[in-house]
Write a protein that binds this ligand. Structure first.
Ligand code: C2E
Ligand code: MG
Ligand code: MG
Length: 561
């Protein structure tokens, strides 16, 4: 009897060791029972869980899942069972049957009960750990996989080589902030959950939608038809919303989305970052669905490079200002100039197209624009100090600059700092494309006007608010875009340009046309009443020293074809 006891103690100890060392393994139970089964004549162990259990528990224990089975077989007649409760309060039991033709004696029964208590602890602990792990993989509110959970799916699909069956999406809901504001945060959350439910019900096995938090989602959707249908779905999902008086109304939630066709060699990072890049492009260009292309990748990489190198380049004086003369076509006089930024990047001269849009995207263009303004003020001051002639210079400010409410004060500060006259600087901005921008633009231009600084609408005619701009904006100049004169013009075009020029004149707004390359264009403009031009016909944008030479001459002899 004694020897039996020490042997059994030894076996139980091993049993505990196995379960303790493999807390996160359900399979450890099999290993543990294998160690003790022969000693106690155990033929089979099964786990059984009640139907009302949570799904992940059901998966593990439903339908009498076999935990251990002896080579010798088992006899179900003399089984012992042990009831347990899981952490999600589902009831279940483990059932132990002896090997054939054996009946457990009292001592065996007692020991088996101890083993089953230990089994119960192991199962509960296992469920608790998996639940914690699962919850770390899920977005708390919508219960969808979060970034980590989504990436687990991605890695699995890469491992089993099915990843290229899918398109990968990154989408951002449009105006969800406003929805939360309108219905309150609590109902906002409920709306988000209803939205997520509709995504879930679209998904079929193998596909996955993840919620990164906030109003950002990712998805893997089968290529082809399914992907088309998914785009159709997320382009506008209607969900119910309850207002403060508990009235229910349907609201439509749309999104901007980037997506990419996943290639078999795609690495896991690109599954989120690829469509993320396309989404950034979608946001910038206000296009609802954008597929990732090589061009977008190149652009995003260029933005990164520019963003990374900009400040150092500025410090190293790699940015310089070129000047393009503005000319009176009748007298040939230089009546002004436009300052245009250039970047000597690694010794190569880069035009604004290679950095301005990227600086805008990176939120850094303001710094460059102020640098250009300061350089221009410095140059004008130097010209005057040397007793030379100076002309008013236009400086471009990006529409992205307008977000900065202190910008007019900054501009004024720089002009004052160099002690030049306010009418020697003209601030150029392009037309706006949205109501929100229009308001910012109004504030900006009004403040400049209060300070006595003239402003000009650049690329006039390319936006859609041109005529109202003439009427509403306190501007001193419009600059007609070159697209108006570099194409075949029909009579209607002529009438439009002529009336814009006439209207501007009546409103005491100067008109200048840019991009004039041919004498014929100059003459055409003269006929319509515009004698102020800027263009290659006279000069390209010139480096400062060349422009200074031009200024000294001060006049262009009559240019003929
Ligand atoms: P923009 O302000 O409309 O400037 C006129 C552009 O047209 C300049 O291009 C100029 O070189 C070009 N141009 C002038 N005459 C002709 C012509 O006869 N034919 C043709 N084909 N082109 C002509 P650039 O210097 O490449 O600048 C492009 C744009 O970059 C500018 O358009 C402006 O929007 C922006 N930009 C330039 N410098 C700055 C800056 O310092 N700050 C900001 N925010 N934008 C700038
Ligand atoms: Mg300009
Ligand atoms: Mg322009």
């Amino acid at each position: 009897m004694d020897s039996y006891n020490s042997m059994s103690l030894n076996a139980i100890e091993k049993f505990i060791d196995v379960l303790f060392n493999q807390r996160k393994s359900f399979g450890a139970l099999n290993e543990a029972f294998t160690l003790v089964a022969d000693d106690f004549n155990i033929g089979r162990v099964i786990g059984d869980i009640d139907d009302n259990a949570k799904s992940n528990e059901l998966l593990l224990l439903a339908e009498n899942r076999v935990i251990y089975m002896s080579d010798r077989g088992f006899d179900p007649k003399n089984s012992i069972s042990f009831d347990f409760m899981t952490i999600s309060e589902a009831g279940g039991r483990t059932i132990v049957s002896p090997v054939p033709e054996h009946k457990f004696n009292d001592e065996e029964k007692e020991i088996i009960r101890v083993l089953l208590q230990l089994t119960d602890i192991h199962i509960s602990r296992y469920f608790a750990l998996t639940q914690i792990e699962e919850s770390a993989m899920k977005q708390r509110m919508t219960d969808l996989p979060n970034a980590a959970g989504f990436m687990r799916y991605v890695h699995r699909k890469i491992d089993n080589k099915t990843i290229s069956d899918y398109d990968s999406y990154y989408f951002n809901l449009t105006g969800f902030g406003l929805i939360s504001k309108r219905y309150g945060n609590k109902e906002g959350d409920a709306i988000m959950i209803r939205y997520a439910e509709q995504l879930k019900s679209f998904i079929k096995p193998g596909e996955v939608v993840g919620h990164l938090g906030g109003d950002n989602y990712v998805a893997l959707i089968e290529k082809g038809d399914r992907s088309d249908k998914f785009q159709e779905l997320i382009s506008g999902i209607t969900v119910k919303a309850h207002d403060a008086d508990n009235n229910t109304e349907p609201i439509k939630i749309s999104c901007l989305a980037g997506y990419m066709h996943i290639s078999p060699s795609a690495n896991s990072d690109s599954i989120i970052s690829g469509p993320g890049m396309a989404l950034a492009y979608a946001k910038l260009n206000k296009i609802p669905f954008v597929e990732l292309t090589d061009e977008i990748i190149e652009q995003a990489n260029r933005t990164k490079t520019v963003e990374l190198n900009f400040e150092k380049a500025l410090e190293n004086n790699e940015f310089v200002v070129f000047y393009q003369p503005k000319v009176n076509t009748v007298s040939g006089d230089i009546i002004g100039a436009e300052a245009l930024a250039r970047w000597y990047e690694n010794g190569r001269l880069v035009s604004p197209g290679g950095f301005i849009p990227h600086l805008e995207r990176a939120g850094k263009v303001n710094k460059l624009d102020l640098f250009v303004l300061e350089t221009v003020c410095q140059d004008i001051k130097a010209w005057k100090d040397k007793g030379r002639k100076a002309v008013p210079c236009s400086v471009n400010f990006s529409r992205k600059d307008l977000k900065n409410p202190e910008l007019p004060e900054k501009i004024m500060g720089i002009i004052d700092q160099y002690g030049i006259s306010k009418d020697e600087i003209i601030i150029e901005v392009t037309e706006t494309s949205s109501e929100e921008e229009k308001e910012m633009m109004m504030r900006f231009l009004n403040k400049l006007k209060d300070f006595g600084i003239e402003s000009s609408i650049d690329d006039f005619g390319t936006g859609y608010s041109s005529l109202s701009a003439l009427r509403e904006y306190p501007i001193g100049e419009i600059k007609i875009d070159r697209s108006f004169i570099n194409k075949e013009l029909n009579e209607n075009d002529e009438v439009i340009i002529k009336s814009v020029i006439d209207m501007a004149e009546k409103l005491h707004i100067d008109v200048i046309t840019e991009g004039v390359e041919f004498v014929s264009q100059k003459e055409f403009l003269h006929k319509l009443g515009c004698d102020r031009v800027q263009g290659f016909l006279y000069d390209q944008p010139l480096p400062k020293n060349k422009f200074e030479e031009r200024l000294l001459k001060g006049n262009y002899p009559n240019v003929e074809e």
